[in-house]
Design a protein. Sequence first.
Lengths: 144, 144
Amino acid sequence: MSKLALEHFLPYRLNRLSSAVSQQFRAVYGPHHDLTVPEWRVLATLAQFGTMTAKAIGKHSSMHKTKVSRAVRALEERRWLVRRENAQDRREESLSLTAPGLHAYREIVPRALAFEASILTALGPHAEPLLEALALMEARFPVE
Amino acid sequence: MSKLALEHFLPYRLNRLSSAVSQQFRAVYGPHHDLTVPEWRVLATLAQFGTMTAKAIGKHSSMHKTKVSRAVRALEERRWLVRRENAQDRREESLSLTAPGLHAYREIVPRALAFEASILTALGPHAEPLLEALALMEARFPVE
DNA sequence: AATCGACAGTTACCAAAGCAACCATCTTGA
DNA sequence: TCAAGATGGTTGCTTTGGTAACTGTCGATT
């Protein structure tokens, strides 16, 4: 009879690790402790690309449109983001960060990068192979 | 100004990969397509160790006691698991799989192992380094 | 043996996420 | 030009997960 040890089972380990890392990462938000992961993703995507639509944000950050919609609203209520109707196509709206939104982003980014760097340096020589393996697995499991 | 590209950001990538893998893994349950991840973990843990308590299951599978409680009830309603009151300590109950539970487990395991193997062989020479890096990160992010 | 704190497990309540239905607008083609 | 389908985005419903409060039992101290 074939044997399966849960603690060595890859899907389980990935899942566990991913939640532990996300959990720890919340501390990185610092003063903005009540930010959610979807909100962080929208913030990061808009900071990265400037003005864009909700659809594009969802595509880039692998989030379902309802998740994006709710995160956008939350950031809007925080005044970190504004919507502007697109005159060419009034179904979509152009989203962009406000000054306070960009400010918060600039506060978070160095801490986020430091967090990531602390993991990678702890991995030492294993870091590079890990990243390569990640890339391979990402290719194998594309966003559905 | 420091730059952060979400698609290269480690916590994001781990999160994304973990859900994609879990997503695909659901196909492995085969005929038991409506099994949830917590239920699968309870099943696998009980098959691995035989009779044990809910507390012990939670510890081994990194699940909160409420999650375990609900998964146990679901498996019980499926008749895959029975509870037996522990006479020595009536606070806890001894849980164990029934014959149908074990049968389902034996159906799933080979498929689960094949799924894992398909990932690892696709990684080729990157598999071993990945597993090492995973172990390092698990040590760095222990179960809280 | 009575009480108090610890502990196993359940339940109630609330936040988060997915699905599907929906609204408004655009595009296509007869 | 207008009907039909596609598209961007929102909302409602349901499922899932976590927190905290609760129940029942145990162990220890008195």
